[in-house]
Design a protein around this ligand. Sequence first.
Ligand code: HXC
Length: 510
Amino acid sequence: MKQILKVLEARREQARMGGGEARIQRQHDKGKLTARERIEILLDTGSFEEFDMFVEHRCTDFGMQDQRIPGDGVVTGNGLINGRLVYVFSKDFTVFGGSLSSAQAAKIQKVQAAALKTGAPIIGIFDAGGARIQEGVESLAGYADIFVENVMASGVIPQISVIMGPCAGGDVYSPALTDFIFMVKDTSYMYVTGPDVVKTVTNEEVSHESLGGASIHAVKSGVVDGAFDNDVHALEEMRRLIDFLPLSNREKPPIWNSFDDPDREELSLDRLIPDNPNQPYDMRELIEKVADEGDFFEISPHFGSNILCGFGRIEGTTVGFVANQPMTLAGVLDIDASRKAARFVRFCDCFNLPIVTFVDVPGFMPGTKQEYGGLIKHGAKLLFAYTEATVPKVTVITRKAYGGAYDVMSSKHLRGDVNYAWPKAEIAVMGAKGAVEIIFRKDIGDAEKIAEKTKEYEDNFANPYIAAKLGFIDDIIMPHSTRRRVARALRTLKNKTLENPWKKHSNIPL
Ligand code: HXC
């Protein structure tokens, strides 16, 4: 028996070594952890249970029959994050560059199916060069099987992808089907085809970083939802993110102990809005002062940063915050902001997370760049997402709510449940100056008249009282009481029920 156990342990040890010491060393030299080291950091100590450690590829072409490594380039299984179940797969770059064989695909598919069946999130750690070239179409079929699992699980369990090395082909398309993608700065890249193929096909010379580094995807393309300095930081942040999420769509939002008084008043908020209506202020301060212990997990902080999206808690329960950010482009809604917020709102709605919206929006961004880019369709995504959402929706207009953007930002008209405004809110078709210049265009040379009419417009419309008189705003609240009022609104909405009419699925403007 002792001998049998020894054999088992020796086989396990061989699997743990992946592609061998030299390749592990190369991984470390690049500042990257191995697949197993990453899982160790991601999960609660000692909680990882591995599956399929002895699976090998079945390829016999190109001398592959002599190169079989147990585990075949991916480590799969389940474990706990702060005591809650998650499934995980972690690509091992030391084994054929983490590339996907049909055997590896079956391993990944097995944990995807298990996560879906048991109702637990799945986290994929990617460090892989796409389809296993030696396997050809069998590898492509394997990716398709993984994609199908991704799509079936969408909206049922949270799916998170962490990009931790150079990733190409199928190893970017599977992440693209998941809820959130994160990257590590300087060591991870995402592209459909790498720089060599780009050079061959288009003759364009481009570096890994400028083709698909974090500086591109977390800032310009918006493909990823955040970038971290190193592997350890990224994995620790994933633990923090999981704490905010329900395990599946069958669950209510998780509740953690909170020691923050829901009635806490923040007098400094009474001074948040500057006297000059065109001066920006940091909306993040409002979110942090309303959320429990100021804890805010921001999604896509550097892309579409004229809107803030992220998770926080109120009375210990997760909520999704969406807020226009006057610090960037005056908080205007443009293509990037609309896309980013629409996807976030839909995630919250899938997973029963109430949405708290803070509004200070001067409208949609005008101009040819936006119109040519399809602002109409992209703006409609946010309008669609808010309308469709049946989770509790609490909205606070802090300052401007102009034009179509007023409607879009979780207004009462889009089935907002509780809609508040601060006393300085301006709810109107547009700002006073723009309005007067249109209505009194023929008097534009008469500065005195224009000033008088601007003042008249401001007095009549630049306040929240008309909307409040019409019942579009439920109450005008003191800024310092925002946390108390939002917490109370959410408490009353805990058992909200609202169902959309039966349909196969909606047809959001994509
Ligand atoms: C088999 C691969 C591989 C692959 C890398 N390797 N990619 N083996 N299939 N796809 C192996 C290498 O042979 C090498 O083996 C080891 O992994 C490390 O690779 P390096 O090239 O030395 O590493 P690096 O310089 O860091 O470059 C990493 C890389 C590059 C950028 C990922 O390897 C690369 O461009 N690979 C090909 C990417 C690609 O085109 N994949 C197909 C995509 S198509 P040794 O033995 O030396 O350690 C696809 C279709 C899916 O995925 C369809 C989706 C819709």
